[in-house]
Write a protein that binds this ligand. Structure first.
Ligand SMILES: [Zn+2]
Length: 351
């Protein structure tokens, strides 16, 4: 079968590969729509996984199921979480989060790591009963596709910030995840939301999803602008941008007993360097929480329910649209090159 894969460091292209084999708990899926993500482009730029098929955000049709899969059958249309935990893992059950195994963190992220990704004619989903979701009848392709990573990740960032009714929240970064963190903070009852970013399309969406104040570095020091506008510190901060400098800015902005939630994936060579006054000399009761996109059927079902009841429409993120399986290549490089007007690309494979 054909797949769009990492070839070597910085290089990606089409390869021929054996189709995946369906295990007893697996499903084999044919993708109908996919969305490239910065995690796909960072795989080819930061890791060394030649021959791995890329992609982790998709909707599809079930082609085959293993003998233990009871909830799905060939022909079913499904929403496929980007994170597909091994739900039978005792360590994962004990910790109550979906990514931690005895063998380490982020083990629920299977696509591109423990098996091939979704930019293929067919791909495998582990633990299909517990991970796949039937595509709701009344759901747009765009909204459904944005639940599998962007919405689940952004909303988790808002959850981890512990946003309460009336809170003042700062969101660093207004890419797709930051925009979904704004939407999540809004739904959790934030009073005022400062969004830091400059791209015009993203600024417009940030306002639509609930940002009350847009802060640009072009207007001076962003921390000072927020402290001035808010007449003091804020309650919560979400970091949704890959920039380690944001941690100290967040710690400057967040009040005692506030929360800093960081959802960005940081490279192994980087580190935080926190001056102790920003740490309240260890006495400020600030909670800093990192995290990884929750996956699985229940989580994505909850996201879909918010859309079905008209609370939020994450499909608005998709502003670069491509038609046809072969266009995965163009969409991938658009995500890699990030033209200034890009928010998020989608490739329609089957209508
Ligand atoms: Zn993604």
């Amino acid at each position: 079968m054909k797949g769009f894969a990492m070839l070597s460091k910085g290089k990606a292209g089409w390869i021929e590969k054996e189709a995946p084999v369906c295990g007893p708990m697996d499903a084999i899926i044919r993708p109908t729509a996919v969305a490239p993500c910065s995690s796909d482009t960072s795989i080819i730029n930061d890791l060394d996984l030649p021959g791995v098929i890329l992609g982790h955000e998709s909707l599809g049709v079930v082609e085959e199921v293993g003998e233990l899969v009871t909830r799905f059958k060939p022909g079913d249309r499904v929403v496929v979480p980007c994170s597909t935990p091994d739900w039978e893992e005792p360590a994962l059950q004990e910790r109550g989060i979906n990514n931690a195994h005895d063998s380490g963190w982020i083990k629920s992220f299977k696509f591109m790591i423990s098996h091939d990704g979704v930019f293929a004619e067919h791909y495998k989903v582990n633990n299909a009963n517990a991970n796949l979701v039937h595509m709701p009848e009344d759901m747009s392709v765009e909204d459904a596709l944005m639940t599998v990573d962007m919405m689940s990740t952004g909303f988790y960032a808002a959850d981890n910030a512990n946003v309460q009714f009336g809170d003042t929240v700062v969101v660093f970064g207004i890419g797709p995840v930051g925009l979904m963190a704004i939407a999540g903070a809004t739904l959790r009852g934030a009073g005022r939301i400062f969004a830091i970013g400059t791209r015009p399309n993203c600024v417009a969406l940030a306002k639509e999803y609930g940002a009350t104040d847009i802060i640009s570095y072009k207007d001076g020091d962003t921390v000072q602008q927020i402290l001035d506008a808010n007449s003091g510190q804020v309650d919560r901060a979400v970091i949704a941008i890959h920039d380690t400098a944001c941690m100290n800015q967040a710690l400057q902005l967040v009040r005692c007993n506030g929360n800093v939630s960081t959802i960005a994936c940081i490279a192994p060579t980087e580190h935080y360097d926190i001056p102790m006054p920003l740490w309240g000399l260890g006495e400020s009761d600030v909670t800093v929480k990192n995290g990884f996109c929750p996956g699985g059927a229940y989580r994505i079902g909850q996201m879909l329910k918010l859309i079905q009841n008209d609370r939020v429409h994450p499909g608005k993120l998709l502003n670069y649209k491509y038609d046809g399986f072969d266009k995965i290549e163009d969409a991938f490089w658009a995500m890699n090159d990030k033209p200034r007007d890009l928010v998020k690309p989608i490739v329609y494979i089957e209508h």
